[in-house]
Design a protein around this ligand. Structure first.
Ligand code: AG3
Length: 273
C-alpha cells in the first residue's frame, strides 16, 4: 500500500508527497507536528497539516527570506529571527558574518525535531553567535531593540502565528529595529490568499517609508507562488553583493522578485482593511 501526505490547499485542491514512513508525530503545547521521510523531497516537516520545510526545496525559501533583507542592509551585525525554529534562516544569516543572531521560537519541539531530522538545516545552532530564545516573539520584540535586520519566519497567519500579522506587532518591530533597519516577513501565497500579502503590505506601509512585496517559487507550498514583504526607512535596493554560494538567490533575482503580476498589484492597490 502506498503512503501519501496531502496538504489541503483549498477545500477542493490538494498537494501530495509520497512518503516512505512517518518518522515522528508529536502534539506539542502549541501545535501538531509531523516529520515524514518522503521519496522525492527528503525529510518533510509538517505543522498543523501544513508543509513547513522539505530537505529538497528549503533553500529557496531560506535564501529568499534572508538574503533579500540582509543585502538591503549595508552592514547587518545584530539579527533577529522570529519563528524559524528549524534554523534555516539562521544558517543563511550566518553567511553575512553578523555578530549575533537571536532566534525566538515559541515551540521548542520544532527546534528539537529539526536538530534530529534536519541536521543540514539546524546546523546553525552549532555556531555560538546563534542564540535561541524559547519564547513568544511578540513579547520578545516589546522588550528588546537595536536589531539591524528582523526576519519573521512563521507559520501561516492562523493559530499561534496570528499576532505576527497584526499592527501592534509591526509597531514593536519598528521600535526594535535600529534606525536604518530592515524587516522581512513571509506572507503566504498571493494566488490563494492575496489578502494576507496585501494586509502585511498595507500595515507596514503605515510605519515604514519603503515597503515592497517580493515573490519566490516554492514547489511544496500552496500554489508554488510565495510572497514576502520587506520594509525599511532606507530605500530598498541591493546594497552589497553576496560573497557566498547560493542555489536560488542572485542579484537579478533581487530585482525580479519585486516585479509583481497584475492580479497581485491590483489586489493590493484595492486592499482596504
Ligand atoms: N514557514 C512558512 C511556511 C508556510 C507554509 N504554509 C503552508 N504550507 N500552508 C516555513 C518555515 C521554514 N523555516
Amino acid at each position: 500500500m502506498e503512503l501519501w501526505f496531502d496538504e489541503m490547499h483549498t477545500r477542493n485542491a490538494r498537494f501530495g508527497l509520497r512518503i516512505k514512513r512517518e518518522l515522528e508525530h508529536v502534539r506539542s503545547k502549541y501545535q501538531d507536528i509531523h516529520v515524514f521521510e518522503t521519496y522525492d523531497y527528503g525529510n518533510l516537516l509538517v505543522i498543523d497539516g501544513t508543509v513547513q520545510t522539505t530537505e529538497r526545496d528549503e533553500f529557496i525559501y531560506h535564501e529568499m527570506i534572508v538574503h533579500v533583507p540582509m543585502l538591503t542592509h549595508p552592514n547587518p551585525k545584530r539579527v533577529l529571527i522570529i519563528g524559524g525554529g528549524d534554523g534555516g534562516a539562521a544558517r543563511e544569516a550566518l553567511k553575512h558574518d553578523p555578530n549575533e543572531i537571536h532566534v525566538v521560537e515559541i515551540d521548542e519541539k520544532v527546534v528539537e525535531l529539526s536538530k534530529k531530522y534536519f541536521p543540514n538545516i539546524a546546523r546553525a545552532y552549532d555556531d555560538k553567535r546563534v542564540k535561541l530564545h524559547v519564547e513568544d516573539g511578540i513579547e520578545f520584540v516589546k522588550k528588546n531593540a537595536g536589531f539591524d535586520v528582523i526576519i519573521v519566519d512563521s507559520t501561516d497567519p492562523v493559530g499561534p502565528a496570528t499576532g505576527l500579522f497584526e499592527e501592534e506587532f509591526y509597531k514593536s518591530i519598528k521600535n526594535a529595529l535600529s534606525p536604518n533597519g530592515v524587516v522581512a516577513q513571509q506572507c503566504g501565497t498571493p494566488f490563494y490568499h492575496p489578502e494576507e500579502t496585501c494586509k502585511a503590505y498595507a500595515l507596514l506601509s503605515k510605519l515604514f517609508k519603503n515597503v515592497k512585496i517580493y515573490l519566490a517559487y516554492i514547489p511544496t507550498y500552496p500554489s508554488g507562488m510565495w510572497s514576502f514583504v520587506i520594509a525599511s526607512d532606507m530605500e530598498i535596493k541591493e546594497r552589497r553583493k553576496k560573497s557566498f554560494e547560493t542555489k536560488y538567490y542572485n542579484s537579478e533575482i533581487y530585482e525580479s522578485s519585486m516585479v509583481l503580476p497584475n492580479f497581485v498589484k491590483e489586489h493590493c492597490e484595492n486592499y482596504r482593511e
